[in-house]
Design a protein around this ligand. Structure first.
Ligand code: ATP
Ligand code: MG
Length: 244
């Protein structure tokens, strides 16, 4: 096996890195799918802070929930996003989408106002400015939700992923919801890796699990594993079977 040659990026999430045999392959695009409150945002922030602690700058594209709120919530975990931004360890694009008539949607930056060209263009400028190695988009659903035509949707995802690949960055992109069995989101095919966060009730007990559904180029633990979110962040119990 040639597998050991693939350079890895640690996610900074205890247990998940072990499931991946060290981390995600460098320059891959990971899609993190999960329902409301499953911990997608917390996981992206934890990934970002792990990168920052290694001296690797990150561009964080925040949609839906404002970055101000995420920054406030992050303090509970001891993550100082304000400080990281001051040091240019991170650059935040805090964006919301305004729908106009005829299905046209306009992205607006909460801090800078109207986006002149495109989100891709903003990402590229930000990555080059701070020399980012990572791009995070949370959630990509906001960019795609207004587009009902599947061809156009695929084009939008393709354009975004091409931008990330051309910049040579590793990316974590969240997607709202888990497809039903047998169904797939288009973005799952285009991503290099797909991680699913699920909540299930088992005898009146809530079981939260993470499963690596796909990860191109490496071998990985394909079993669902339980996870918890504590004041230390996201933690995966990779050594235990789900049914204990
Ligand atoms: N300080 C904290 N300590 C422990 N657990 C927390 C803390 N803050 C949030 N959580 C847990 O994390 C969950 C929310 O996580 P997060 O915001 O990352 O979810 P999400 O998947 O991004 O949700 P959404 O799709 O609504 O954006 C909460 O439901 C709660 O269980
Ligand atoms: Mg979220």
């Amino acid at each position: 096996m040639e597998e050991y040659k693939v350079a890895r990026v640690e996610t900074g999430i205890q247990g998940l890195d072990e499931m991946l045999g060290g981390g995600i392959p460098e320059k891959s695009i990971i899609l993190l799918c999960g329902g409301p409150g499953s911990g997608k945002t917390i996981m992206t922030l934890q990934y970002m802070m792990a990168a920052v602690s290694r001296g690797e700058p990150v561009v964080y594209v925040s949609l839906e929930e404002s970055m101000e709120k995420k920054t406030r919530n992050a303090t509970a975990f001891g993550w100082d996003l304000v400080e990281a931004e001051k040091k240019d360890a991170i650059e935040v694009l805090d964006i919301y989408m305004v729908p106009h008539s005829k299905g046209i949607v306009e992205p607006i930056d909460r801090r800078k106002g109207k986006i002149q060209f495109s989100i891709e263009n903003e990402i590229e400028t930000a990555v080059k400015r701070i020399g980012a190695k990572h791009i995070i988009i949370d959630p990509v659903t906001s960019i795609l939700v207004h587009e009902s035509r599947s061809g156009k949707k695929r084009y939008l995802i393709g354009q975004l992923f091409d931008t990330i690949r051309n910049l040579g960055c590793t990316a974590v992109i969240t997607s709202e919801g888990i497809p039903n069995a047998g169904d797939f989101y288009m973005e799952q095919f285009l991503a290099d890796g797909v991680f699913l966060l699920k909540k299930d009730l088992l005898d009146y007990t809530m079981i939260k699990t993470i499963r690596i559904d796909k990860m191109r180029g490496i071998d990985f633990d394909d079993q669902p594993r339980r996870y918890v979110i504590t004041n230390k962040g996201f933690q995966v119990f990779n050594m235990e079977s789900v049914l204990v």
